[in-house]
Write a protein that binds this ligand. Structure first.
Ligand code: URP
Ligand code: ZN
Ligand code: ZN
Ligand code: ZN
Length: 467
């Protein structure tokens, strides 16, 4: 049976346009748009009408970097695919791309199958996978080709975390050469983990055990150095490169230089780097542990450079790197030794709102908000225009956004399965009101009306953002 919904009277914002238009949805897809009040719009008939007068009508957010249930630091990220995707929907995100993990000594296939099993039947919104490659060898390289064919078209490697996810330069180069052939995109965690481990050991030997030392040993220069090295390795391999969770302005400068040379080098930052700083890491009574992630938060002066990078397109995407660990029982594993604090911050629910605050504060335009949060992540990871825009034929993943509503962020009211908010008490202007995923109401005027299992696996094509 065909179902039709019309969203009337809102300001439709995409990466390229802002128009007052009515949006017709049929069978889970955008069927048509027409300027509000015109006879074309009036001819839209539907079973259900949503009044969006005074509101924004925007594409559902695409969060290209999440870690539901990630085993890390001796524990597991506290959001499951069920709780994490529900929270994402509350925050106006309708697609996530999570990281399946290859453990050392195991195949990519085993890792990917395990992540499919965790996600299938549990998600409130659509999802895809990247693959973390921890063990580059001849078999893994062959498997990369197969995964690209299955819609897993991006592979994360780590220059950090020796003994866990770490790859050396030779392994990185081999994977990049392979991706140059098979169309995959290498996503790099760019920090010099070998050098950082020396600094960690020396800091602990001096008795520097508090969370703030996490920020001191993971130096901006070591992020910049690794970023530079990754760029050069990609250049040698003739492969594109996407650097994840960029936090240091020195790393942005490396990306900008490479892009000025015309290289297919891309950068992602995260809301935590735009809104939080080393001041948070220095909070007393072990509160700083709530802000331990890698790359680490930086001194405040880096924030302006990250916003600038977003404006100049030296950074293209904002994802959350959502990797929540509860303060009680999880972050606390690192009391007396900052290197044992599980790395990661919650944020999948907050991204669209925080970036809208970037619009309110004058850092970015409304269209740039949609570009960095919806359209470009969809293009970068091969899901456009199915995801990331409002256009005929696209999935009807749509958010009705109230730009004037005021909210105060709090763990008391959020929906992520974690006992604190990194943005506790922060006042924001703008709030998600209603969310549709493939035409189905997931959030209806701030009530959850979705269900686990609605979200389906989204196989992806190769990167659609290359020069
Ligand atoms: O601290 C972080 N970022 N935790 C998640 C794992 C990663 O490196 O992305
Ligand atoms: Zn990382
Ligand atoms: Zn991550
Ligand atoms: Zn459903």
């Amino acid at each position: 049976m065909s179902s039709r919904t019309v969203i009337r009277g809102g300001l439709v914002i995409t990466a390229s346009d802002e128009i007052h238009a009515d949006v017709l949805i049929e069978d889970g897809r955008i069927a048509a748009l027409a300027a509000s009040g015109t006879s074309a719009a009036e001819s839209f008939t539907a079973d259900r009408t949503i009044d969006a007068t005074g509101k924004y009508v925007i594409p559902g957010g695409v969060d290209a970097h999440t870690h539901m249930e990630l085993p890390f630091g001796g524990t597991f990220a506290s959001d499951t695919f069920e709780t994490g995707t529900r929270a994402a929907a509350w925050g106006g995100t309708t697609t996530i791309v999570d990281f399946a993990v290859q453990s050392v000594g195991h195949s990519l296939r085993e890792g990917l199958d395990a992540w499919h099993a965790k996600a299938e039947g549990n998600c409130a919104i659509d999802y895809g996978f990247h693959m973390i490659v921890s063990d580059v060898n001849q078999e893994t390289l062959k498997e990369m080709d197969l995964l690209v064919g299955e819609g897993v078209t991006s592979f994360k490697q780590f220059m950090a975390y020796p003994g866990v996810f770490y790859s050396d330069d030779g392994q990185i180069l081999r994977a990049m050469q392979r991706s140059a052939e098979n169309g995959g995109l290498i996503m790099m965690h760019a920090e010099n983990g070998i050098a950082i481990d020396v600094l960690v050991e020396q800091a602990l030997a001096r008795g520097e055990t508090d969370p703030r030392y996490h920020g001191e040993v993971r130096k901006a220069l070591l992020e910049a150095e690794a970023t530079h090295r990754a760029i050069k390795l990609a250049q040698v391999a003739g492969a594109p490169l996407y650097v994840v969770h960029v936090s240091a302005m020195e790393a942005v400068a490396e990306l900008a230089r490479a892009r000025d040379e015309g290289l297919n080098v891309f950068g992602e930052t995260c809301p935590q780097y735009l809104f939080l700083s080393t001041d948070n890491l220095a909070e007393p009574d072990f509160e700083g542990s709530k802000y331990v992630c890698s790359t680490p938060l930086r001194p405040k002066e880096h924030q302006a450079k990250l916003w600038q990078g977003l404006r100049t397109n030296d950074l293209q995407v904002v994802s959350t790197d959502h990797c929540p660990f509860c303060f009680v029982g999880q972050k606390e594993l690192g009391r007396g030794d900052f290197s044992k604090i599980p790395n990661g911050l919650p944020g999948v629910e907050n991204r669209m709102d925080l970036l809208h605050q970037g619009v309110v504060d004058g850092h970015i335009s409304r269209r740039r908000w949609i570009e960095i949060a919806c359209a470009t992540p969809a293009r970068m990871f091969g899901m456009y225009p199915k995801k990331g825009t409002i256009a005929p034929g696209a999935d009807a993943d749509v958010v009705i956004y109230d730009p004037h509503a005021e909210q105060i962020v709090s763990a008391e009211t959020h929906h992520m399965n974690v006992d604190y908010s990194a943005y506790e008490g922060k006042r924001l202007t703008g709030r998600v009101e209603t969310v549709l995923s493939r035409g189905e109401l997931v959030i209806t005027e701030r009530e959850y009306t979705g269900h686990a299992g609605h979200g389906t696996y989204t196989p992806r094509s190769t990167c659609q953002y290359l020069n």
